[in-house]
Design a protein around this ligand. Structure first.
Ligand SMILES: Nc1ncnc2c1ncn2[C@@H]1O[C@H](COP(=O)(O)OP(=O)(O)OP(=O)(O)OP(=O)(O)OC[C@H]2O[C@@H](n3cnc4c(N)ncnc43)[C@H](O)[C@@H]2O)[C@@H](O)[C@H]1O
Length: 148
């Protein structure tokens, strides 16, 4: 009997406020799908360390994680592999946009509506809805996070 191999990646839904509107960072992988920055855990990294490193490598950006949000998605990237991706919610805090050309085709700051339309996989869309619901609960009046 062949054993199932387990993989874990970590990443984040990254947000910023630009001209009074909330924007979300979406990336397009070389395989063609739109998703959020993420990548495999290396060595003894914590989940946050992995997410921060992968975000920096893929986008050039630094982030500040928002407390209280951690959600997982699950899928099989290839037969015999079970993959779990741990997602945080993070605010862009600095750095300079620089796409990782070996793995990505493009990155884009999108509105909430455009992000929903762009995401390629239903499990990523479900994760995104949870992130938006979290922001709305934290800030119902949309003062800090204008959900437009
Ligand atoms: N265990 C390991 N440790 C360290 N490095 C490893 C490793 N395994 C592989 N690597 C290598 O490391 C490189 C960089 O990886 P990373 O950059 O570290 O990893 P990743 O983004 O989590 O994933 P990856 O690029 O492997 O593919 P994904 O799941 O998005 O996409 C793979 C497939 O899943 C599909 N998919 C993606 N997201 C999905 C979703 N949400 N739902 C369903 N299917 C999805 C895609 O269409 C695609 O066909 C890879 O090129 C790989 O060669």
């Amino acid at each position: 009997m062949t054993e199932t191999r387990k993989e874990i990646s970590c990443g984040a839904v990254i947000i910023r406020v630009n001209h009074g509107k909330l924007q979300v960072l979406v990336i397009r992988q070389k395989q063609g799908h739109w998703c959020f920055p993420k990548g495999h855990v290396e060595g003894s990294e914590t989940e946050h360390e992995t997410a921060a490193r992968e975000i920096k490598e893929e986008t050039g950006l630094d982030v500040r994680f928002l407390d209280g949000f951690r959600e997982c998605t699950y899928y099989s990237p290839e037969p015999g592999v079970e993959k779990k991706v741990v997602y945080f919610l993070a605010e862009m805090s600095g750095g300079r946009e620089k796409i990782q050309e070996e793995e990505l085709l493009e990155m884009h700051w999108a509105s909430v509506i455009d992000t929903e339309a762009l995401l390629s996989y239903p499990n990523d869309a479900e994760l995104f809805h949870k992130a938006i619901a979290f922001l709305h609960k934290e800030d119902p009046d949309g003062v800090r996070w204008p959900l437009n």
